[in-house]
Design a protein around this ligand. Sequence first.
Ligand code: NAP
Length: 335
Amino acid sequence: MKPVVYVTRTIPEVALTLLRQYCEVIYRDEMAPPSREELLKNVLNVDAIYCTLNEKIDREVVDASPRLKVVGTMSVGVDHIEVEYATSRGVYVVYTPGVLTETTADLAFALMLATARRVVEGDRMIREGKWKLAWAPTMMLGYDVHGKTLGIIGLGRIGVAVARRAKGFNMKVYYYDVNRRKDIEDELGVQYLELQNLLKISDFISIHVPLTPETRHLIGEKELRMMKPTAIVVNTSRGPVIDEKALVKALREGWIAGAGLDVFEMEPLPPDSPLVDLPNVVLTPHIGSASYDTRNMMAQYAAEGIIKVLKGEEPENLYNRDVVKIRPLHLVKMV
Ligand code: NAP
């Protein structure tokens, strides 16, 4: 008997082909995520769930799936999974760290440049037929990126990749993290600062922490008020890391100069969100990892992780390593 894996929505072919070699695949070939009812119904008799960040894999889902051995998510963030509970039930969680690092760092930099240099506003001006003066000494002025100060919040994989790019722009880079990264400080010449000091000193602030109870609203009104009026905030982590209401106020009232946002407290961003009407904001629809190559790699990596667990082997992309103590791998082995 092959193990059964439920794939919650349309994924790149490379992953599907791989899964089909080892598993019976229940494939929900739909772009949109399943409804909660559909999800709960479909996990009933499966050994594995292949999901994305849009499906909440909480205790109700885990409990609805008595045979469940492994959850593979096509994301590096695992805030949509109740990992502690899954671990207590002996359910392995595999994810996709590393393969999306450079692509997401590219987007963070794109947002930084686009916001500072008013790229989207300029594009809109032309398309709306509002470009009347060919060139004017004070037309559409923005902020330089090169040579400025960048504060990185969360110097993990993506934070480091952003720091590397910043060095190429001759930026002075500071970071705040729960842990000091001496290796990176030495290699890239970045300097550690407490969060408050980083907020006060930075021209650009780029956020790269995971969403956890500690990082929810890490940036709120108090933190925004500490920033320079010329500061630009870029968020490619998770929306709830910033208090969006406070951010809107900060942008409207000029406490800061602008924001480049790929993630939001509610996704998709409601069309009536006040962010939509602000000219000093560049918005992208959660596309941090959305390149052809990277999405293929993510899809494959999640599938490989699931298969490894079902083979009774420990995958390198296992998130909850403690789970081996609850349910050793030889007891999971099915292929
Ligand atoms: P990572 O390597 O784990 O880096 C996160 C860093 O933040 C780590 O150094 C971590 O420290 C630190 N951190 C954790 N909690 C913190 C806190 N309370 N205060 C300060 N620092 C804290 O993760 P990554 O691969 O760089 O990814 C970062 C996040 O980006 C993901 O979790 C995901 O949510 C988001 N992401 C978004 C997109 C997108 O499409 N927009 C794409 C990829 C990733 P420790 O390692 O010591 O915990």
